[in-house]
Write a protein of this length. Structure first.
Length: 502
């Protein structure tokens, strides 16, 4: 099926109700793997961070990572889940080359956290509650690299390389209950849920949750049912979607694809699908297994996990302010509209603005620079704000230089340009580029005299009462001083020399 074959979105929603299920995998930021002492440090030589346990060699016995369990409990509590008094691991049996044990150590019918919810805010301010089925602990697989093909996939490749450094890294899988009632807003709900979940995970400090690095990825399950019918339709599962925009696009595409198949008399196949960033489409992967096909059984080499209630309550008391409550507080403190706060959130600027204010800048100035010049640069270069290479402390210093009168806004933008180009801290850029505001009265006076002499007609208009014409002379002085004059003081000098009241 191609994009041309899709049903229009409006026609699809006129006939069917979408039902979603979202499975989000979060890679925990522990120093060691889930069941062994191997390092989780990134970008090391292939297969250099392995041992008999994570390679599944005979006789090797796993041990549970305590921080992994603690992180799972924190996530469960933040999602308003019940925390199991007793749970255990299971073996999920399937063969993949990047799974060296031929089974994944996971949790099946006894997860550590279950029956919760997360309230998410949509773009118009509506709150939508997403029910959480479970959050359970498991381990990641290794990484396959398919070489010799045009697409990077196994089809057409001449050979594959396997790196087991990632095998065994701790994961938390968070599974929603069926999301019903979203209607045409289902893709928006999916995006908002993953966005809110990402902010929550980051606030807990259990993972950086960087989707572009695979630290958080979403499987989008979707089915359609005709209006008025209770039974769910057959679902598809779009695997490993790794950006907020892509989550929304994948859900929308599958709604249109399912509708086209059903309206043509076809049957939806229960399968996994691959998402394609370039056009927002999905293509078939493999027939989706049911739970019984994985032959789950309790992991015999690990003891059950029974978190003490006093430990759980201690972790509950230590939870940070959760993102939605924090945003509501900051919105009030900053005096911004709901729309502006949503824009700040969408840009990933909340933490950066807070850090810049903590470094000494007024909050409004912190917002101005992050959401203005720096956001523009991020958009142009296709990077996130926190990837630009400029720190909150540097932005706070630029704001300080402006407040002191050493820079005006134009010069400040040039300073940030220099910082982004790797020319050093703001003060070094100012020195190197000679960007300080010209505040010497003698130099300013001379520049004003020259501008008046060169623009006699404009000067006569000002003397005649057309004070607004002073802007042209101010512009002339600013040009002569390469934008480094204090524009307000230049205007004062012009009016003084022409004998006109400001």
């Amino acid at each position: 099926m191609t994009v041309i074959d899709l049903e229009s979105y409006e026609d699809a929603l006129a006939t069917y109700d979408p039902v979603m299920g979202l499975e989000v995998h979060v890679e925990l930021g522990t120093k060691t793997k889930m069941f062994c002492g191997c390092s989780t440090e990134l970008k090391q030589d292939a297969n250099s961070q392995t041992c008999p346990v994570c390679l599944g060699l005979p006789g090797a016995l796993p041990v549970v990572n305590e921080i992994g369990v603690e992180s799972a409990i924190k996530i469960g509590l933040a999602l308003n889940c019940e925390i199991a008094e007793w749970c255990r691991f299971a073996r999920k049996n399937y063969f993949y080359p990047d799974m060296p044990k031929n089974f994944q150590t996971s949790q099946y019918d006894e997860p550590i956290a279950f029956d919760g919810y997360l309230d998410v805010q949509l773009e118009d301010g509506e709150i939508f509650r997403v029910q959480i089925e479970r959050a359970h602990m498991e381990e990641d697989t290794g990484k396959s690299t398919h070489v010799g093909g045009a697409t990077g996939r196994i089809h057409g490749a001449s050979h594959s390389l396997l790196d087991y450094n990632r095998a065994g890294i701790p994961l938390i899988e968070i599974v929603t209950k069926p999301i019903e009632g979203a209607g045409a807003r289902a893709p928006e709900v999916a995006k908002a849920y993953v966005a809110e979940l990402r902010e929550l995970i980051k606030a807990l400090g259990v993972s950086e949750a960087r989707m572009e690095m695979g630290q958080m990825r979403c499987d989008v399950n979707l089915s359609l049912r005709p209006h008025g019918r209770e039974a769910f339709g057959t679902r598809s599962e779009t695997k490993n979607v790794n950006s907020l925009r892509s989550v929304e696009r994948a859900a929308r595409f599958e709604i249109q694809r399912h509708a086209a198949v059903l309206n043509s008399g076809g049957t939806i196949v229960q399968e996994t699908r691959h998402f394609h960033e370039e056009d927002g489409s999905t293509t078939a992967g493999r027939i989706k297994d049911n739970a019984e096909d994985y032959r789950y059984f309790p992991e015999p080499d690990l003891v059950p996990v029974a978190p003490a209630r006093d430990w759980v309550e201690e972790l509950r008391r230590g939870l940070p302010e959760l993102p939605r409550l924090r945003r509501a507080r900051l919105k009030e403190e900053w005096g911004v509209s709901e729309h502006d706060m949503q824009s700040i959130l969408n840009a990933g600027a909340v933490d950066l603005i807070v850090a810049t204010a903590e470094a000494g800048a007024p909050a409004d100035q912190a917002r101005k620079w992050w959401m203005g010049e720096l956001a523009r640069n991020a958009n142009e270069t296709g990077r996130a704000l926190d990837e630009l290479g400029v720190t909150p402390g540097q932005v706070a210093r630029v704001a300080e230089l402006v407040a002191k009168g050493d820079l005006n806004d134009k010069l400040a933008r040039q300073v940030l340009e220099g910082v982004l180009a790797g020319e050093g801290d703001p003060d070094a850029v100012v020195e190197k580029r000679g960007l300080k505001v010209v505040s010497d009265e003698g130099a300013l006076s001379t520049a004003v005299d020259e501008a008046i002499a060169a623009n006699a007609a404009i000067a006569d208009k000002i003397r005649g009462g057309k004070v607004a014409a002073a802007g042209a002379l101010v512009g002339a002085v600013m040009k002569a001083t390469r934008g480094q004059a204090d524009a307000a003081r230049v205007r004062e000098l012009i009016l003084e020399k022409l004998g006109v009241e400001g």
